[in-house]
Each structure stands twice: as C-alpha cells, then as structure tokens.
Design a protein around this ligand. Structure first.
Ligand SMILES: C[S@@+](CC[C@H](N)C(=O)[O-])C[C@H]1O[C@@H](n2cnc3c(N)ncnc32)[C@H](O)[C@@H]1O
Length: 194
C-alpha cells in the first residue's frame, strides 16, 4: 500500500476527522502521564487528543503528506508530528515512550508485517510502559475483500503480544464512530520489565 500516494490523492477513507471515541473514553477514565507515541498517526487526531489529556505526545507517520496535513490541521502542535517508519524508528524515539496509543495503524498492515509492528513497538516503548490500543478487530470485509483494514482476530492480537506483555484492560467499547461500534476492542498491555 502506497500511503503517501493515498494522501496525495485525498483517498483517505479511514479518516473520521475526529479522535477515536473509545480512546477518548479510555483516557478520560484512566489519567495517564508521560511521553506518548501515536504510530501511524495520519491526520493526528489521537495526538491532539493525547495532548488534550495532558500527555507529552508525538505522532509518527510514514507518509510525508499525511504529516504535513496533520501539521496544517493542528498548527498549535505542529512540531509534534514526525515523518518516519515505526519499523525503524528515529533514534530519538527509541526506548523513549511511557505510552503508545494505537489507532488503526496495526489494521492498516498486511498480516505478514505484524511481527515488524511488534518489534517497532518494542523499540519505542520503555519496559514497564503501556500500549493502549483501540484495535479494529472486525473490519466487516465482503467476500474476497482483503483489506486494508485487515481482519485482526483477538487471538492474533493475543498471540502477537503473548510474550513480554501483560493485559491490563480488555473490553469491547460501547462508544465509537457510528460505522465501527461493536467492531473494535480496547486492549491495554503493559510491557514487562522496568
Ligand atoms: C489507516 S491509516 C490510520 C491513520 C490514523 N491512525 C487514523 O486513525 O486516522 C494508517 C496510517 O499508518 C501509516 N503507516 C503505515 N505504515 C507505517 C509505518 N511502517 N510506520 C509509520 N506509519 C505507517 C499510514 O501512512 C497511515 O497514515
């Protein structure tokens, strides 16, 4: 998938123009502090949300046009958006974050890249840090449709983080963008160690 091309063409079908309701609900219920990274931040709505909740947040995205548009949408926090690859994160991001906030980055990746995603998270998240995700479990694909978003079974998520992480929150949120209610799962995981 050529993400840069999608942004250039304005074909950003995933973008809801607002922060994830389940992420807002989670941050409202669980006050968090520290440095947070939003991988695959796109237009940066969850970065703005994290800043609203007092986190020292950065967004990382592989598509320069997506990042430029995030900066234009959120000029007061423009310096918080960085171009880069989660799989090979910038040096300054390695081991630098207390929290990672996941929203539709993982579901954008073909299953073959999930190991790279996990290694990317390990590279940026401190031991003892939290990975809080609104995981898009059921994209409701039609027959023959592959994705993105790719189908991500709960069991796939469990297997991907089976070693080195413990689950600290796990539920199907009741709030969500209209078309996604009942199809997402909030799961928080703490990286062991630290
Ligand atoms: C489906 S979009 C979601 C964007 C945003 N999270 C949202 O919810 O609107 C997936 C995003 O992940 C970015 N992306 C894909 N692979 C990436 C990687 N390896 N590192 C960083 N960003 C990546 C894409 O450029 C795209 O902006």
């Amino acid at each position: 998938m050529d993400w840069e091309e999608m942004y250039r063409k304005g074909e950003i079908f995933w973008d809801k123009g607002a922060p994830s309701p389940p992420m807002r609900e989670y941050l409202g219920r669980h006050p968090l502090r520290g440095r947070a990274l939003v991988p695959g931040c796109g237009h940066g709505h969850e970065v703005a949300l994290a800043v609203e909740f007092g986190l020292d947040a950065l967004g990382l995205d592989i598509a320069p046009t997506g990042v430029a548009e995030a900066r234009a949408l959120y000029p007061k926090i423009a310096e918080r958006f960085v171009v880069g690859n989660l799989f090979d994160p910038p040096q300054a991001m390695r081991g630098a974050f207390d929290i990672v906030l996941e929203h539709t980055c993982m579901s954008a990746l073909p299953p073959a890249l999930r190991g790279d995603y996990r290694r990317g998270i390990d590279r940026v998240l401190k031991p003892g840090g939290l990975l809080i995700g609104v995981w898009f479990i059921n994209p409701n694909l039609g027959p023959g449709e592959e994705g993105p978003p790719f189908r991500l079974g709960v069991e796939d998520l469990t297997a991907l983080f089976a070693d080195g992480y413990e689950i600290v929150a796990d539920y199907v949120p009741e709030v969500g963008f209209e078309s996604r209610v009942g199809r997402e799962r909030v799961r928080g995981m703490r990286r062991l160690g630290g």
